[in-house]
Design a protein around this ligand. Structure first.
Ligand code: NAD
Length: 462
């Protein structure tokens, strides 16, 4: 049984469009009040959100607050502080050929936007785009992931208790519901999820010529060069890889380690896992769980047991999978075929940096790339010669925690970006307006086009 059909969604869209054209959402103070209301509603439900995140993914309190709730509070505060500035009509230069004119850019909301979220940060990855959509003055329909049902329910509760459906609506459900939604005439679709579903969304949106942002995934390499600070590299890699049990779109997917330091680094990686999660991570309160059995068996199947040097054990009933390191991995191994999205860290070694740059460039463009090095030259070479969504030097994942850095993929890792002002821009159509004075009338642009006019034109446009 699906919860919605075409008629229901067309009805929601009709109500939202009517409301949108009443103009209330275009008022900047209204938008700010809605952001404040959203923040208040999250604060009121914080305990329930934490509980839901624990039930769905065993998220430890620190991670849940840092990556899902506190993150959102910060973001709302930042939007409220800057919104008036971003939303101002921007006057820009006008070329001298348009003498007597002024040019403006109006940030105008699209109308009704659809936001579809994944399971891994089920709260934040719905609410962060929602903040952008509200800030830009849109009406919104949200579809949280069906894999994290507890979070989906709490998102539903928060929205229903605080917003009218003509402004923000939540549709719960899975594939079928999403399919109905993405085939509906929204004014914008913002999708976060896998590459495979991203293609389905892009195809559906193309049929109605609906603009899209696609925040997708892929394999994100982490390069550890021979001059890296091994102590901090090992800590930062283990933190980034095993947060949320590796179910992070920008988690380091695999390691490329210089031959000279590989043994040293691997030793340190093992040591850090033990320090962070103890000798039995299953009993650690700081170690989460895989979202469901389907994903657990998918990840299990990627492991070559002969190459495991730590972990490899799992408990299907508890959806537990140990932090696992596999060594001496080659590009041909199964684990290198698809995004791992789980607690398995393959280690490959290299000798020649150029070779791995070429290798990475021969594969789909990564969503993230991390490089550990003390050399500016190596940093320049990697950053300038590999195309990827974004990343860090000497850290993992933190680039996405800055509102000053647009976050998004390139190539198969995604289309478009958001966070901070970029979110506001993503959910706004930038309308260009040229206003011409009627005090002058340059008749030379009008026919009949004489030779003299052509000569004049050539003098101006060269
Ligand atoms: P998913 O693509 O399976 O699901 C995402 C959404 O799509 C869900 O709401 C789901 O209901 C819907 N969906 C699933 N199958 C569908 C279909 N056939 N037709 C229409 N809709 C469908 O993704 P997931 O497993 O929830 O999340 C993991 C993936 O998301 C990983 O690949 C990860 O890298 C990526 N991700 C990307 C980002 C980012 O910001 N770039 C963030 C988080 C996750």
């Amino acid at each position: 049984m699906i919860n919605i059909d075409n008629e229901k969604i067309l009805d929601v869209l009709k109500k939202q469009k009517e409301y949108f054209y009443e103009g209330e959402t275009k008022d900047i103070d209204f938008r700010i009040r809605q952001l404040q209301k959203l923040k208040g509603a999250i604060q009121d439900n914080e305990k329930l959100i934490m509980e839901a995140l624990y039930k769905d993914l065993h998220k430890p309190e620190f991670e849940a607050y840092a990556t899902e709730i506190g993150y959102i509070y910060d973001s709302i505060g930042y939007f409220i502080k800057n919104l008036k500035k971003w939303a101002k009509v921007r006057r820009v230069k006008t070329p001298t050929v348009h003498f007597g004119s002024r040019s403006y850019i109006y940030a105008e909301p699209y109308g009704s936007v659809l936001i579809v979220g994944p399971f891994n940060y089920p709260f934040q990855l719905i609410v962060e785009p929602l903040i952008g959509a509200i800030a830009a003055g849109n009406c919104v329909v949200i579809k949280p992931s069906e894999y994290t049902t507890n979070v989906s329910k709490i998102v539903y509760k928060i929205i229903k208790e605080n917003f009218h459906e003509k402004y923000i609506e939540v549709i719960e459900g899975g594939k079928e519901e999403t399919s109905v939604l993405i085939n509906s005439p929204f004014d914008y679709i913002f999708f976060t999820g896998s590459v495979a579903v991203g293609k389905i969304v892009a195809e559906a949106a193309a049929k109605n010529l609906v603009p899209v942002t696609l925040e997708l995934g892929g394999k994100s390499p982490t390069i550890v060069h021979k001059d890296a600070n091994i102590e901090s590299a090992s800590e930062r890699i283990i933190w980034g890889k095993f947060m949320n049990v590796g179910q992070t779109c920008v988690a380091p997917d695999y390691l490329l380690v210089h031959k000279e330091i590989k043994d040293q680094l691997v030793f340190k990686l093992v040591e850090k896992i033990k320090i962070f999660y103890g000798n039995n991570p299953k009993t650690s309160k700081d170690y989460g769980r895989i979202v469901n059995e389907k994903h657990l068996s998918r990840i299990k199947a990627l492991i070559d047991e002969d190459k495991v040097i730590l972990g490899g054990d799992y408990d299907t009933e508890e959806l537990y999978m140990a932090p696992t390191i596999i060594n001496n991995v080659t590009w041909e191994d199964k684990v290198m075929e698809e995004e791992i999205f789980g607690p398995v860290l393959p280690v490959l070694e290299y000798e020649d940096l150029n070779e791995i740059i070429n290798k990475i460039n021969s594969r789909p463009k990564p969503l993230a790339l991390y490089l550990f090095t003390e050399s500016r030259e190596v940093e320049k070479k990697v950053v300038e010669n590999i195309s990827y969504g974004g990343g860090c030097i000497n850290d993992t994942m933190t680039h996405l925690a800055s509102p000053f850095l647009p976050f998004g993929g390139v190539g198969t890792a995604g289309v478009g970006s958001y966070h901070g002002q970029r979110s506001f821009e993503t959910f706004s159509h930038m309308k260009s307006v040229l206003k011409k004075s009627t005090r002058f009338n340059l008749k030379f642009i009008f026919p009949p086009y004489t030779k003299k006019k052509v000569a004049m034109l050539r003098r101006v446009m060269k």
